[in-house]
Design a protein around this ligand. Structure first.
Ligand code: BES
Ligand code: ZN
Ligand code: ZN
Length: 477
């Protein structure tokens, strides 16, 4: 069940409370016994940042945010604090919690609610005892003077989008085929209010999407290419922003087969980019952001078979370029290239692609941020960087010098699909650049999209990375 976030006009409640103290540590009257008040004062004096009072039927957690921190650090500390209270709340079987902000600080109140809601995510579909295992907490009510209901609604929409993205990433390939993925996008379109058009194999063939078709050649499941669009009347941008996401629903590596441990075993997550852009579309549309956005997701699995594309083969892409395939495991760039070429028809203001593209990106910075590179303008890059800092999905921009182009030169075709041993994330980006003629940024999310251990409100498994980043960026335009 979802966790809903709403606004409440009063923090007086019989339910559990997360009390956000002002910078003086003023304790509101009426909540605590004299003994409890004394205890809280002592703890605050000892600079304890979080204090939990167990009042038999409910918990009151007390947290004093470090208001003097820079805003982005403060918000991240609040998200983590929100997540930190979840264990206690669910253990106490709390159904509802009120986030009571005594400082009139909307940023901290919303961030605590965000951490609570995101951290409360569970993926129980495949558990026999799922009813028993379900968290008790279902409702978060925010009390913060002057906070607009619209802001809370937007947060709710974004959280829903992150949850949906995480579920898509966590779904195994036997359920989430390319066709099923596109069906999920159709559902998101209906629920959020945006247009969805799914191209099936016949159309993909007619369009000569050679990259997508060659990766799909070894599969018994047909590919899909989903086109999503949200175009409100009050859009601020004249030319659309196009989002592209890698939709490899399972990556075995193909004939260049991956090993199993810590590699192929996690490759159901290879559609995390596609899920992120579609789920971001959901929240953009549901929050009615004044921005014209298109999202494209080429989808297939990548498998070895009698008919699979082979190392040494030459493929003609939709753009007319030829590619010498030297490793069938470098399949993401093959399908993205067709989508990047397709995007030209929109004459976009900016194209952003999200892909679990290279192990090299994950090795370079780990799960702590998003590897970025591209040709966007300085102004666009600054806006993107700031959005990343605001949601703590930080960008690590890599160099994108011309020299890296030399590394993907082929003897017989226009390019090859792998570089050499150096700069693996960059040469993948350089490959993609060949299919662009507009301002563009590439985001390699191989590191942060799927976590092997818990990490605060991001959880374990699919993280939904890039959804909050996109909402922050598009919401700020
Ligand atoms: N899907 C993988 C990249 C990946 C690796 C994602 C680890 C998440 C975690 C991608 O298709 C791939 O296999 N890339 C190859 C490229 C190489 C053959 C040039 C890689 O990074 O090893
Ligand atoms: Zn691969
Ligand atoms: Zn892949």
């Amino acid at each position: 069940m979802q966790t809903t976030i709403g606004l409440t006009p009063s923090f007086k409640t019989v339910d559990s409370i997360i009390l956000l103290l002002d910078d003086k540590g003023t304790i509101p009257p009426g909540l605590f016994s004299p003994a409890e008040s004394d205890f809280i004062k002592k703890e605050l004096k000892a600079e304890r940042k979080t204090i939990v009072i167990n009042q038999y039927k409910r918990l009151i957690a007390i947290y004093q945010p470090a208001y003097k921190k820079d805003l982005n650090a403060l918000r991240e500390a609040c998200r983590k604090a929100g997540d930190g209270f979840l264990g206690g709340l669910n253990k106490a079987k709390a159904k509802r919690v009120v986030v009571a902000d005594m400082a009139g600080n909307h940023d901290t109140a919303l961030a605590v609610a965000e951490g609570l809601a995101l951290g409360n995510y569970q993926f129980l579909k495949y558990r026999k005892e799922r009813k028993k295992e379900e968290n008790s907490l279902h409702e978060i009510a925010v009390y913060s003077k002057g906070l607009k209901a619209e802001k809370v609604k937007q947060l709710q929409n974004t959280v829903e989008a992150v949850w949906a993205c995480r579920t898509l990433v966590n779904e195994p390939q036997s359920f989430l085929t390319a066709t099923q993925l596109s069906k999920e996008f159709v559902k998101l379109g209906k629920a959020g209010g945006f247009k969805v058009n799914v191209l099936t194999k016949g159309r993909i063939k007619a369009l000569k999407m050679g990259g997508l078709l060659s990766v799909n050649a070894g599969s018994i499941e047909p590919p899909t290419f989903t086109i999503m669009e949200y175009k409100p009347r009050n859009a601020k941008n004249k030319k659309p922003i196009v989002l592209i996401g890698k939709g490899v629903v399972y990556d075995t590596g193909g004939l260049s087969l991956k090993p199993t441990p810590n590699s192929m075993d996690y490759m159901k997550s290879d559609m995390a980019g596609g899920a992120a852009v579609a789920c971001a579309m959901y929240a953009v549309a549901k929050s009615k952001l004044p921005v014209h956005v298109v999202a494209l997701v080429p989808a297939t699995d990548n498998r070895p078979s009698e008919n699979a594309y082979t190392p040494g083969d030459v493929v003609t892409m939709m753009s007319g370029h030829t590619v010498e395939v030297l490793n069938t495991d470098a399949e993401g760039r093959m399908i993205l290239a067709d989508a990047l070429h397709y995007a030209k028809k929109y004459k976009p203001e900016l194209v952003l692609d999200f892909a679990t593209l290279t192990g090299a990106a994950a090795m370079a910075i780990g799960p702590y941020g998003i590897v970025a590179m591209g040709t966007a303008t300085e102004k666009q890059r600054t806006q993107l960087r700031e959005a990343g800092e605001a949601v703590y999905e930080r960008l690590a921009e890599l160099p994108f010098w011309d020299e890296y182009d030399d590394l993907i030169r082929s003897d017989i075709a226009d390019m090859k699909n792998i570089g050499g041993p150096i700069g693996g994330a960059i040469t993948a980006g350089k490959f993609l650049q060949r299919y662009t003629d507009y301002p563009w940024m590439h985001f390699d999310i191989a590191g942060p999209s799927y976590l092997h251990g818990p990490s605060s409100y991001r959880g374990k498994g699919g993280t939904g990375v890039a959804v909050r980043f996109l909402l922050e960026f598009l919401g700020g335009l």
